[in-house]
Design a protein around this ligand. Sequence first.
Ligand code: ATP
Ligand code: MG
Length: 588
Amino acid sequence: MSFVIKLQWFFKQQWMKYVTAISLMALISLGSMIPPRLVGQLIDSIRVSSLTREGLVTMVGLLLGLAVITYVVNYIWMTTLFGNSILLEKTMRSRLMRHWTRMTPSFFQRNRTGDLMALATNDVLAVSQTAGFGVLTLVNTVVGITVVLGTMILFTSYKLMLAALIPMPFLAFAISRLGKAMRKRFLASQEAFGRMNDQALESISGMRVIRSYVQETHDAASFHQVTTDVMNKNRKVAFIGAMFQPVISTIVGISYSIGIGYGSYLVFHGELSLGQLVTFNIYLGQLVWPMIAFGEFINILQRGNASVDRLEASLGQKADVREPDQPLEVAQPLGLEIRGLTFRYPDSNADSLKGISLRVERGATLGVVGRTGSGKSTLLKQLLRLYPVDPHKVFISGVPIEQISIERIRSWIGYVPQEHMLLSKTIAENIALGKTEATEEEIRRAVEMASFAGDVEQMKDGLQTIVGENGVMLSGGQKQRLAIARALLVNPEILLLDDSLSAVDARTESAILNNLRRERAGKTTWISTHRLSAVSHANWIIVLEEGRIVEEGTHEQLMNLGGWYRQQYDKQQLEASLMGEGREADGE
Ligand code: ATP
Ligand code: MG
């Protein structure tokens, strides 16, 4: 029952189809009661020698006609019912996908990819099977058994029926015990499957690193372990599954023996005709499938229930950053302001930003520098609304960021993350990720601005070159410039460059920066970097240390201050001149 309640949204939507399918199945059950009765009558009329030629022809004609009607009706309910279950499968997958795309990083920190994959494949399938085959077996059980028993009482002997049914309660008991064990083992097998998926994903995507550390054998061995675990758990499921049928057949066999034995006795004593005995035994045979269906139903329902629980659990997880109830309309991001922001990652026990206050006017460029791990990326990410922040700390156009719709905010921002994310598609498709309708001309312009055009020309298919999984065929600097072109294509109001020039040489860096200054006049840009030359032109520069702003000002002010910025700048200038002004200055 709980299964139906959990999926009521679907059953409510599709109730007409279920009613149709179930009615037709019931009709078939009723119809299947006719032939045994006809056969019984035929035998009795042979026995008393009253069978005529016309009688036989009518009988055979009736049986044939019934077969054809059964065929048609079966076809209709099957396509209706299983069409529904396939629809449920699709609907569930879309729901999952929609839900997951709304989730924030902490969700993906909690849930591993392999588990999510297992949900979207195995569990969704188990649920849809319950809504299809499960319904079939349930209806067959309930309607089949009722109809057969009713007909037995009506046309044969209730005594014989009661005697033949004595073993049945044992069947119910055995089935429910097996079902419980089934559920437990199935859950364990699904979990093992999720773990295996995770490991396979990690091994395949990390193959290059694994090989370079000569860890293939080790990796294969540990994968062998998880697949063995999956196999063992699946075997346990199969073992329980295999117990169902023998238990059912044994009990049904006992039933048959009683039916034939006691039935013959009744025939001898004139309480039953021979035809009725034959009819009864055919009916008893027709009870076997509903009984098996009952076993199957328990089996499928257990799986479906386990899976629907897992799906509900995943769908029930809320994103920790939610859309505001009544978003305030902000047409354009004029100025950005942060007032005393302290931030801690959800699973961390130290603050990554402490008491940050700053103002960035529209059109200004902000430089964010500091040691590694000082909080630069964390600060940039605050504008993306990926993590919950204290209210009234971050403002856009004077409005607290948590009162503006998330989609709105993200539509203003072009974000070039520190770690690239490329799809295994063409360069053009990767660039047009945020603006799929972009023309080739626009893409070329973005490529030009990111100083990526020369590289693209060298490639076999130009913009149509497929970059391979996560861009395996691009160099680090090429990936960075592709990501910059992607952000520039949407011409964002706010551009966030998170250490995005670290893998390009000094000359390329200054070319890109010049392009940005020229093309993005009047728009806001935040640049985080280790190479201070990348921010010396910025309107304002902040130096972070352990999440705090320790120095801030313009380039000149910071140089005069003579602190960390000055030391670092001088050091980098010296290094650059020693290396010969940008020649071979590839990366740090
Ligand atoms: P880098 O120059 O190496 O890119 P950064 O200045 O960008 O460093 P951040 O990535 O902002 O540094 O990290 C600041 C601190 O926050 C670090 O101590 C880091 O361990 C922590 N941190 C970063 N991401 C997470 C996360 N998802 N969960 C918990 N802690 C995190
Ligand atoms: Mg960083």
